[in-house]
Design a binder for this molecule. Sequence first.
Ligand SMILES: [Zn+2]
Length: 179
Amino acid sequence: MRSLSRRAIAYHEAGHAVVMEAVGVRVRRATIVPSKYESGSVCPHEGESDPASQVLIDLVGVLAERRAAGRRPRLTFPSATAVSYFHVKGDLIEYGAAVDGLNAWEAAAVIAPSHRERTAYLRWQWERAAAMVERRWVEVEAVAAALLKRKTLYGSEVRRVIRAAHLRALGERIRAKFR
Ligand SMILES: [Zn+2]
């Protein structure tokens, strides 16, 4: 696995956290303190979210991470016969993408069982995830900055940072209107 900068990891996890909250799955804890298996993580509050939300949450990490670097990643799929290829390829691509991609692929199986259906479904969710990152970029930036500063944030802190960023952006838009 390629090792990414702390900044990239913070944006990646911030993307997961912001979209998790946006789809109504409350964040319990977000961290960029590495564990044995992960460079960072975001844990939801209660049980599992529904598969559609899970797909969106899984896909958004790499989008946020790459947007911070001024790039947009490409969505890749396992071949119809070999899911393991995706896994291997994902590992070579970047941090998080392999596990997140595989999780999204598996969560989508409930909704779209056939390979054709599933790739079409994931392409659509990928576009939705990209649009959400775009719309909520100030929130992603604020959570990433807080993660870089504090390393670990609990759910209430994540929500406070998101709310403050949202209100700040709203205030700026209103001021711009009446200038
Ligand atoms: Zn991730």
